[in-house]
Design a protein around this ligand. Structure first.
Ligand SMILES: Cc1cc2nc3c(=O)[nH]c(=O)nc-3n(C[C@H](O)[C@H](O)[C@H](O)COP(=O)(O)O)c2cc1C
Length: 221
């Protein structure tokens, strides 16, 4: 079984529980995210984990980062955002075009304004849906202050808001109100490519970067 680890603590617990492999996923990733950046997780976990293979996810848009994580000891990498725009992806053309237009700064995590009503952070491209979610959250907190709603009721209303949200964007093409889950690497996505071309590009850029690093080592020797 392969499991996601968004922190060192969870990675250690999962290894103790006997997982077959770990995917460490950082804050830059698309969708539901943890609190720690991919680069810090990689530094904390890759050099010290020998028990199971470790795969790295979050913020990888090109072969450049891919090769660096592999050289740090990763067994592989996982990319979501770049492949969401692949020719073979079933996503609606509106969804793919929203990714192509977006800059990295547009993919932000949902905010939590009060720990009494927790929000699991989801990174997505900002649209009306995200703004409506913020308005709903602030309204529910005001009701909580007035004592006209319980914490549990407020939590349920927030959970309900995004039900079907990803489907609305990915399948129906509603990019105004649907959930445009995307990582910060969305800023690197500039065209619709076949999976074959994306893999070719990742490998070519990765090999070029590996050659560059090896030539630096030669110079040092
Ligand atoms: C549109 C989209 C939907 C995703 N849905 C899920 C999901 O249902 N379950 C899951 O574990 N991860 C999901 N992810 C996260 C990916 O599996 C992957 O770990 C992540 O996208 C890697 O980071 P990147 O987006 O920076 O490449 C999703 C990512 C995107 C972009």
């Amino acid at each position: 079984m392969m499991c996601f680890a968004p922190t060192v603590g969870i990675a250690k617990q999962l290894i103790k529980l006997g997982v077959d492999a770990l995917i460490i996923e950082g804050h830059e990733a698309g969708g539901h995210i943890g609190p720690v950046s991919t680069s810090v997780l990689a530094e904390q976990i890759l050099p010290h984990t020998t028990e199971v293979p470790v795969f790295v996810a979050g913020g990888i848009g090109s072969g450049l980062l891919m090769i660096h994580y592999l050289m740090m000891g990763a067994s592989g990498v996982q990319l979501g955002t770049r492949f969401a725009v692949a020719e073979e992806s079933i996503a609606h053309i509106n969804f793919k075009q929203a990714f192509i237009k977006a800059a990295s700064k547009d993919a932000i995590p949902t905010a939590q304004f009060d720990p009494r009503v927790p929000v699991i952070p989801v990174r997505s491209i900002v649209n009306e849906g995200v703004q409506n979610f913020t308005t709903l959250q602030l309204g529910l907190l005001a009701q909580l202050e007035r004592g006209t709603i319980s914490r549990q009721e407020a939590g349920v209303k927030l959970e309900e808001f995004w039900i079907g949200g990803l489907r609305k964007a990915v399948i129906d093409g509603d990019i105004k109100e649907g959930s445009l889950m995307a990582g910060q690497s969305v800023g690197i996505v500039s065209e619709i490519q076949s999976v074959k071309d994306i893999l070719r590009d990742l490998i070519d850029v990765g090999i070029h970067e590996a050659d560059r690093i090896l030539s630096l080592i030669d110079i040092c020797d």
